[in-house]
Design a protein around this ligand. Structure first.
Ligand code: PGA
Length: 253
């Protein structure tokens, strides 16, 4: 089963509208809008319209949101709904990022509700999971991944799971310059795929794309992407400059 690689830029709380528009103009020049992976940029909410404008007719990059509410609409100050993302035509939403879990109290149950809401709205979740350093050192890697996968994906059909994107991001590798070795990453990805197979069946497991995230950069991307169960990357720091992100996108074939 060949899975099309997917490279996503998670800009986090960086890059305002003016810089976002300039980034897209430069990125289009550097790549000629032609590459062989799916490419996604996930800007802060208020940057999204400028990025969409700068892309214009060009559909080479899919745009995503960094979060979405599990509720429809109404008295939820500070939240953004799936229908608002639909109105902008967004294709993806990052859910369950470790920074949302750690700083904003998102639980597996909340993430599960957001994933269901997004799928119902036709938006592809990029569902993030991963262990902390203490959990890995304490031998809990597999238990943590098992809990996060089963909790986050509870109640989904095999088809729904096949069509979403999972991002394995060891928390200790995010923004730290530390990366899992390609062997560690491959082992975790293989474990996640087996887990998906056990719960949702072999077909969903063969189809679901699993990105690696955590200090991916132009120097380590080739080795990571060469692993059989690594289908792309979710990139923070190295996605903030057009030349570096263009290099990553070109590496994925
Ligand atoms: P990083 O972030 O590439 O800066 O480590 C990855 C992420 O948090 O998605």
């Amino acid at each position: 089963m060949s899975r099309k690689p997917i490279i996503a830029a998670n800009w986090k709380m960086n890059i305002g509208p003016a810089e976002g528009a300039a980034f897209i103009a430069e990125f289009k020049k550097l790549t000629d809008c032609s590459f062989s992976c799916d490419t996604v940029i996930v800007p802060p909410f208020t940057t999204i319209p400028a990025v969409l404008d700068a892309l214009g007719e060009c559909k080479c990059v899919g745009i995503g949101a960094q979060n979405v509410s599990q509720f429809d609409n109404g008295a939820y100050t500070g939240e953004i709904s799936t229908s608002m993302l639909n109105e902008l035509g967004l294709q993806y939403v990052v859910l369950g990022h470790s920074e949302r879990r750690q700083y904003f109290g998102e639980t597996d149950a909340i993430i599960n509700a957001k994933i269901k809401k997004s799928i119902a709205a036709g938006i592809i979740p990029i569902f993030c999971i991963g262990e902390t350093k203490d959990e890995r050192l304490g031998g809990q890697l597999e238990t943590v991944l098992d809990t996060q996968v089963k909790g986050g994906l509870e109640g989904l059909s095999a088809d729904e799971v096949a069509n979403l994107v999972i991002a394995y991001e060891p928390v200790w590798a995010i923004g730290t310059g530390l990366t899992a070795t390609s062997k560690e990453a491959q082992e975790a990805h293989a474990f996640i795929r087996q887990l998906i197979s056990n719960v949702f069946g072999a077909d969903a497991a063969a189809k679901v794309r699993i990105q690696y995230g955590g200090s991916v950069n132009p120097g380590n991307v080739d080795e990571l992407l060469a692993q059989p169960d690594i289908d792309g990357a979710l990139v923070g720091g190295a996605s903030l400059k057009p030349d570096s992100f263009a290099t990553l996108v070109k590496a994925a074939k």
